[in-house]
Unconditional design. Structure first.
Length: 133
């Protein structure tokens, strides 16, 4: 349906922003589901459900985003790009182990900065939705 595609593209463009520093777009995002891998101190790994997280997303430009998780004191910087199918793909500007994929107001998140030795951080994958602040 052409109208549905136009609506999805319009929503996707809300998260894209412009390169010119205009008014920031701010979104409040909430996980619908979260899971991943946890390591025990002895090195054993198990699949686990994780607590659903919330975060604030600031769209600074077409290529820059900031994310502030409710459970963290730090704000993370992300480098983003518009994909050929009009979605947005982002990777953290730090170690490059946190990934976001935005399709309109829906997202998938992965933190692969895990350790196979035990302790935190664990490997997490989640998905959820965002609403405009």
């Amino acid at each position: 349906n052409a109208m549905k595609q136009i609506i999805l593209i319009a929503i996707g463009l809300l998260l894209v922003g412009g390169e010119v520093k205009a008014a920031e777009k701010v979104f409040f995002c909430t996980d619908q589901n979260a899971g991943g891998l946890k390591w025990a101190k002895n090195g054993a790994v198990k699949v686990a459900k994780f607590v659903k997280d919330r975060f604030t997303l600031k769209v600074l430009s077409a290529k820059k985003r900031q994310v502030k998780f409710a459970t963290s004191t730090r704000t993370l910087e992300f480098n983003c790009r518009l994909t050929p199918i009009h979605t947005v793909s982002c990777i953290d500007a730090g170690v490059g182990a946190k990934l976001f994929y935005f399709n309109g107001l829906n997202y998938t998140y992965a933190s692969i900065y895990g350790t196979p030795v035990g302790g935190d951080p664990n490997i997490v994958v989640s998905h959820g939705t965002c609403t405009k602040f």
